[in-house]
Every structure is written in C-alpha cells, then in structure tokens.
Design a protein. Structure first.
Length: 328
C-alpha cells in the first residue's frame, strides 16, 4: 500500500490517479476534503481509505505491516499565508513526525519540498542537499522557510549518521501546472488563470517588469507539467535504492509571455495580452527568474524526457480544460 498525504490536492491527486490505475497497488489518501469540489479530484479512483489528518498516525499504526511507502504531498502551500505557527505545524512538525514514523517502521518516504526554498535565486537553483549549501539559502516567505527548515533537518540527520527511512527523497517542485488544481483559488497556476481570461474573451493580464534586465512579460519561470512530476515519483517508487534531495522542474526557464501565448494558441485564439503594475507589496519578494538544475536527478538514473511548455500546455488545454470532464 502507498499512503499519499495531500492526496486530494493538486499534485497529490494526480499521483493517486497514476498509482490507483497502475500496477494494482492499494492507495490510501490522507487529506481534508471540505465542502467544495475538491472531492472530484478523487472521484474516478478506487481507494483503500480516505483518512482525516487528525487520525493519520492511528491509521499508520494499524496498517503498518501493509504500508510500503508514504508520499507526503500535504502542506499549507499558500505563499501568502501569514499564520506561521499553522504553517510550521503542518509543513515542518508533521513532516518530522512522518520521517520518524517511517524510520521506526522501515518504510520508504518521499516528500514535497519547494523551489520557494531558493528565495530570490541569488544562490542559484542547485539542489545540493548538503548542510552547508542549504544553509546559504534565504527563503522569502514562511511557506518557503517551512519547507527549507525540513530540508535542513533531513540533511543534518543524514550527515550525522542518524537512522533514516530505507529510502527517502525530497522533491523541490517548481511552477507546476495541470489538471485538478481548480480548487486552489488564487494559488492556481498562471496557466489556468490565463485560460479563464481567454475563455471569457477578456485580455490576459500579466505583470509589468520592474527590473531593467527583463521586459514586460519577460519574467521567467521553470514551468513543469504535473504528469512529469508524477512520473518522477513513480520512478522513485520503482527505484528504492535512490535517495536524496532533487529539483522537480524541466531545467528550461520560459517567460510568462511564452506561457500566455502557449495557452492562447492551444485554445485556437489570437493573443490579447495586457501588462499591469506588479502590486507594491509583492515587488520586494518577486522572483524574476527560476530554473531548476536537473543534473542530480539525471545522475541518479532518471532519463525520461520532460514535456516542453507548448506540449504540456497543449495537453492540459485539449485533454482537460476544454473537455467535458476536466478532472484526471
């Protein structure tokens, strides 16, 4: 059995979709479903159980002999959340507790880190997992800090020779887009927000640049198709000898203008883009460039290609956003 925390969320539910229809492995989900449409992210798949977060560790103890791996995707993922105690309880303390449980029960552990750990990118985007390299990073918000705090704790435990799960892997997700993100409100990918504007025949609005090295819409991100993220997790589950901290991007930064053109083109529409001022409260924390270094994942043995921006967006628009049923 695989237990996926945050399994009703965006990346988690895409992983559940692949695992539940793949090699016949049982899948259990831990998440808060709520009273909206988040349940639709799981509606197509057979699951062993859906576990409320406050019952997770009781469930793990009861099912310990059946659990092969925990994939920990659950988190407070909003970069604008200000309740730092809540963020730490969910993103740091819970992760530590799961690491400890997996260590004691010799269960594999894969968890979601974030590119937000890199802060403004001044130290680059190298997924060097040693304690010295991690100590140089300066996240810009509590979400990024909470993820970075756990990465650093794992690095310390590994470097000190402490007991650890038989396999562990942290994935620093960059700008992920794809189906089942519809419940995320303002935290949805820019790709989905562009699609909504274009569908309503409204201009697509992107931020102006306030940096001399980047034109309006020229701000760059490493946009990664969620299907590729799922493929990496599946590869890790199939290769229990691989452990480490790895970037989860494509290795190729593209501009927001490129993203807008890809979405609009996939919809068969003509580009209509306007540029608006970046809100002053955002400017001090704004990243103008992110690009994952992917050499460490390749060196570990992963060799599948990543979707180009145009191919990934094309799949997202044609197979999901414009389909009668947009859920995976």
């Amino acid at each position: 059995m695989i237990v996926v925390t945050g399994g009703a969320g965006f990346i988690g539910s895409n992983l559940v979709a692949a695992l539940a229809t793949g090699d016949g492995r049982d899948v259990a989900v831990c998440d808060v479903i709520g009273d909206g449409d988040k349940w639709r992210n799981l509606a197509k798949h057979a699951l062993v159980d859906i576990i409320p977060p406050d019952e997770l560790f009781d469930y793990l103890e009861e099912a310990a002999h059946e659990i092969d791996a925990i994939v920990h995707m659950g988190a407070i993922s909003s970069t604008t959340e200000t309740d730092v105690d809540w963020i730490l309880a969910n993103n740091f303390r819970l992760s530590l507790d799961l690491w400890g449980w997996c260590t004691r029960h010799e269960t594999r552990f894969i968890y979601a880190s974030s590119a937000a750990t890199y802060g403004d990118g001044g130290e680059g985007f190298d997924d060097d997992g040693n304690t010295e390299a991690l100590a140089r990073l300066r996240p810009l918000n509590p979400y990024g800090w909470s993820k970075h705090l756990f990465d650093r704790r794992v690095a310390h435990l590994v470097a000190s020779g402490a007991r650890q799960p038989p396999q562990w892997a942290g994935l620093k997700f960059f700008n992920v887009y794809g189906p089942n993100e519809y419940h995320k409100g303002g935290q949805r990918s820019v790709a989905h927000q562009i699609f909504e504007s274009a569908t309503a025949d409204q201009p697509v609005r992107l931020f102006k640049s306030h940096h001399p090295d980047y034109g309006d819409g020229g701000q760059m991100r490493d946009f990664v198709w969620v299907g590729d993220c799922v493929a990496v997790v599946q590869w890790l589950l199939a290769h229990p000898d691989v452990s480490g901290l790895y970037n989860m991007g494509t290795g190729h930064a593209r501009s927001f203008a490129d993203l807008a053109r890809a979405v609009i083109s996939a919809m068969g529409k003509a580009p209509d883009i306007e540029y608006i001022d970046t809100p002053p409260e955002v400017r001090s924390q704004y990243q103008y460039f992110t690009e994952a270094r992917m050499e460490r994942l390749y060196a570990a043995g992963y060799d599948a290609p990543f979707a180009s921006l145009e191919d990934g967006i094309g799949t997202y628009v044609r197979d999901y956003l414009t389909a009668d049923d947009p859920y995976r």
